[in-house]
Design a binder for this molecule. Structure first.
Ligand code: NAP
Ligand code: ZN
Ligand code: ZN
Length: 365
């Protein structure tokens, strides 16, 4: 077991007595996930300490830990789909008490003073502190994510879990959920619109559920014919296997919005061609390599190619509350921590139905 020592001496808000916490992480880009020990800060007055019960497994965890985005900091403890129970709160915390359920997504802090923070778009704050792989303003070093026993987060970045929700199935809402909710809301998806979702994985299956709940006609584009029945059961009205040229041509020029969730390089022009005039293809999928765009895919039809990152804190709470009211959650396969390496390999083989979630009770001290 590796013990990490944060650079506490050099930092002004130094915590001289951090708590050691068991976790899983990688020590280099080619390494497997393995047990290690990290530290969490002693709760400050506005902090909430959470025992992590479940953590979803996002493809971004893998992109980051394997340094596919060329920005990894090691050791890397991924995980940003966190649901747990509050164990301690600081003296100024008003909204949470020990014993409450709580959730944390992809961010744990931001500057709170910039234009984006003021607009509830903390995810676009230039000083956003991501749940993992960001400089840690409290302990020094960098932040560690949810593949761990516990986490300490400022109350302003802690979400409430609506009553009655299945906790394992709620965890993926904290990234896969909000990342698909936010663009569908931004582009005002609703009845009378035809919406495409590209890729049926963690994000894609939530995209289908939300687009359907908002009243759109939903079409899944997939490379995996075997997922057709699942997609229909999740709420898609139609499924197009992207290698079927005739099926692709039948839909040309008919979509109001397409949400691309693909994690690997692929031909974006094939999807731009599906858009109506003035319609938008928004990518949330984040392959590192460029996606070459033929300008005529945009010019002919005044089409737009856009992107979107997760969602703000208030918007995330709105999404969770909507899910609580409408009985929406992820379809999950719950795994023990010890099977995480196998789960990552299955995710790469597109063999995930439709989100792995780690049962953190399996993480021994
Ligand atoms: P995932 O569960 O692995 O799903 C990705 C899906 O993409 C696969 O199931 C597959 O669907 C399709 N796909 C994979 N490889 C492909 C290829 N070579 N060609 C065509 N399609 C392929 O991943 P995820 O967790 O949903 O994440 C998806 C992407 O979104 C990742 O890049 C992740 O980093 C990114 N992400 C972005 C944000 C954001 O804020 N923008 C937030 C979270 C995640 P089919 O089998 O149906 O083809
Ligand atoms: Zn994620
Ligand atoms: Zn800010």
């Amino acid at each position: 077991m590796t013990t990490l020592t944060a650079d506490v001496a050099s930092h002004p808000t130094v915590d001289k007595n951090p708590t050691p916490v068991p976790a899983y992480g990688v020590s280099h880009a080619a390494g497997p996930l393995a047990p290690l020990s990290i530290t969490r800060r002693e709760p400050r007055p506005t902090d909430v300490e959470i025992e992590i019960l479940y953590c979803g497994v996002c493809h971004s965890d893998l992109h980051t830990a394997r340094d596919e985005w060329r920005n990894a900091i090691y050791p890397c403890v991924p995980g940003h789909e966190i649901v747990g129970r509050v164990t301690r709160v600081g003296g100024d915390v008003a909204g949470f008490a020990a014993g409450d359920l709580a959730a944390v997504g992809c961010m744990v802090d931001s500057c709170r003073g910039c234009e984006q923070c003021g607009a509830g778009l903390e995810q676009y704050c230039p000083k956003v502190v991501l749940t993992y792989n960001s400089p840690d303003p409290h302990l020094g070093g960098h932040t560690y994510g949810g593949y761990a026993r516990s986490i300490v987060v400022d109350e302003a970045f802690v979400l409430r879990v609506p009553p009655g929700m299945d906790l394992a199935a709620t965890a993926p809402l904290l990234c896969a959920g909000i990342t698909t909710w936010s663009p569908l809301r931004h582009w005002k998806v609703g009845p009378g619109q035809k919406v495409g979702v590209v890729g049926l994985g963690g994000l894609g299956h939530m995209g289908i559920k939300f687009a359907r709940a908002f009243g759109a006609h939903v079409v899944l584009f997939t490379t995996s014919p075997r997922k057709t029945q699942d997609a229909l059961a999740l709420g898609a009205h139609e499924v197009v296997v992207s290698s079927d040229g005739d099926a692709m041509r039948r839909h040309h020029g008919t979509f109001h919005l397409i949400l691309d969730t693909v994690s690997a390089p692929h031909d974006i022009n094939a999807y731009l061609a599906q858009l109506k005039v003035d319609a938008t293809l928004v990518t949330v999928g984040a392959p590192y390599e460029p996606l070459p765009t033929a300008v005529f895919s945009l010019i002919l039809g005044r089409r737009r190619f856009a992107g979107s990152a997760i969602g703000g804190i208030a918007e995330t709470q709105e999404m969770l509350d909507f899910c609580g009211e409408h009985g929406i959650a992820s379809d999950v396969e719950v795994i023990p921590m010890q099977r995480i390496n196998e789960a990552w390999e299955r995710m790469l083989r597109q063999d995930v139905r439709y989100r792995f979630v780690i049962d953190m009770a399996s993480l021994k001290a």
